[in-house]
Design a protein around this ligand. Structure first.
Ligand code: UN1
Length: 494
């Protein structure tokens, strides 16, 4: 019998009103059902929003340091349960245990960072232009936050959003990806155990079309934070604009690593392997393009192909596995269709190119780590997000050409350059159009206490992580205190 999971609304675990459920299967072994989850819809969203709205009235009055204390406890419980969460996460979405542990760690870091912010959450005091008058701007809670998250970072990304939302005094309606509802449920359990009051965090399982859109269109939801594809992000932006919600979007990427001719090649090699094939390429920060200087092209390619062909695919729970499966059938189909597109466009396969079906791999959604060469900047495989283990290699002649090619996409999330030339590094920092630039490090691996987000169609200008996320989840209130005892008129000539 598969484990049956529930929604968490107003402090109670409940089924969907319809009684309907959906299954979640292990992508490394599709015979294993991880759990059955409530297939919710409008009705459950309605109940969750109502609970969040009413809980807001008391949660907003809890002092921020006290809200932070609860998040500190959340971090402690996550630390104690790190392996248990990571194991469940690997079973439900496939990435290797080393990485699911990292995903939980990112959540722990976010909890402690948010907890400490409870004792800062600074405002400003500013001199008034009038005598005997005091001016300040303070941060205030906004209301109900709708949180809609993807499956590739099932713990880290929800925590990036939920913890700062709570710390700022908002309440939450949370819809996790339907590929990773079990990890999300564990997060809700932990929040409850740490002492988050009833109704402050509500979890509703189900599809994006039903549950996600019901949250985004709900007039009582004040802000929405979403991570996912650019196509869905545009839809969310459209729907949310009808009620003028504040919306934070973290969307697609087509991240590139430049390798210059003076680079430390073995360092650059480790970087591109980790960036391109870590998490099976299923990160919005994944290295999807390698822009390789012609002077080191042949040498680097032979090192890269050799190491790529040795990567061990398998169940992420096995300690020997380096690359897990794609998350589901649809995702592997997308990867396969991009391999066909690349071949049709005239690119050549240097490694991989096929679904991996040897032995035990046959019962999972595995795909070989794949490398295309002879890729030109205008090809679709050089411009579109694939979200799988596919790396497109473009030959470059100079730094300027590398930066131009790097910028030749609608996205702008992460970027990387390997060089030992400080001038080249600083030119890249200045000219690369991306929210994140790494020097001599891969495109993946952002730290929780730094701003995270991208330019162009990767987002809409907000940043998660770091001190910047608290901007999104709080509203400025400007306060003037006039203690002169008389009417003082600003801007009026006396
Ligand atoms: C994502 O893929 O959406 O920087 C987030 C990184 C991780 C987060 C990735 N810390 O790769």
């Amino acid at each position: 019998m598969s484990k049956k999971y529930q929604n968490f609304i107003n402090g109670k675990w409940t089924d969907a009103a319809s009684g309907k459920t959906f299954e979640n299967r292990n992508p490394a072994n599709w015979n294993e059902v991880v759990g059955l989850f409530p297939k919710s819809g409008k009705e459950e969203v309605e109940a969750a929003v109502k609970a969040a709205r009413s809980a807001f009235e008391s949660w907003r009055l809890v002092p921020a340091p006290k809200r932070g204390d609860i998040l500190k406890k959340v971090g402690d419980i996550m630390t104690a349960r790190k392996d248990e969460i990571a194991t469940l996460m690997t079973r439900e979405m496939g990435k290797v245990l080393l990485e699911t542990r990292g995903d939980v760690q990112e959540g722990i870091d976010t909890a402690y960072y948010a907890a400490s912010e409870g004792r800062r959450l600074f405002g400003h005091t500013v001199p008034s232009e009038l005598p005997n008058k005091f001016n300040m701007a303070i941060r205030t809670p906004i209301g109900v936050a709708g949180i809609v998250t993807p499956w590739n970072f099932p713990m880290a990304i929800p925590t990036w959003k939920i913890f700062p939302a709570l710390l700022c005094g908002n309440t939450v309606v949370f819809k996790p990806a339907s590929d990773t509802p079990a990890t999300a449920t564990m997060l809700a359990e932990i929040l409850m155990e740490a002492g988050i009051p009833e109704g402050v965090v509500n979890l509703v399982h189900g599809g994006g079309g039903e549950v996600g859109m019901a949250i985004v269109s709900h007039p009582e939801v004040d802000l929405v934070s979403f991570t996912g594809s650019t196509a869905i992000g545009k839809k969310i932006s459209e729907v949310a604009s009808q009620t003028l919600k504040r919306v934070s979007l973290e969307l697609g990427g087509k991240n590139a690593q430049i390798v210059m001719d003076d680079a430390n090649l073995s360092l650059a090699l480790d970087g591109v392997l980790w960036g391109a094939f870590g998490t099976t390429g299923q990160r919005c920060t994944a290295t999807s393009r390698l822009l390789l200087h012609e002077k080191v092209f042949d040498k680097f390619m032979s090192m890269l192909v050799d190491r790529t062909n040795k990567l061990r695919l398998g169940d992420g729970l096995l300690p020997t596995t380096e690359v897990g499966p794609c998350v589901n059938e649809g995702q592997r189909n997308t990867v396969q269709s991009y391999v066909e597109i690349g071949l049709k466009e005239g690119a050549k396969l240097a490694a991989g190119g096929k679904a991996a079906t040897d032995g035990d791999l046959a019962k999972g959604w595995f795909h070989q780590p794949t490398i295309f060469t002879e890729v030109t900047p205008e090809m679709r495989i050089a411009k579109e997000e694939i979200f799988g283990p596919v790396l497109s290699v473009v030959r470059i002649k100079s730094l300027d050409e590398g930066i131009n090619v790097l910028n030749n996409t609608i996205y702008g999330l992460s970027s990387s350059i390997y060089t030992n030339d400080v001038n080249a590094a600083f030119q890249a920092i200045r000219d690369v159009k991306a929210g994140i630039t790494y020097i001599n490090a891969p495109t993946i691996g952002a730290e929780a206490h730094m701003p995270f987000g991208g330019v162009k169609q990767t987002g809409n200008g907000h940043r998660e992580g770091g001190w910047t996320v608290f901007e999104f989840f709080s509203e400025w209130k400007t306060v003037y205190v006039d203690y002169s005892g008389g009417l003082q008129r600003a801007q009026i000539d006396n």
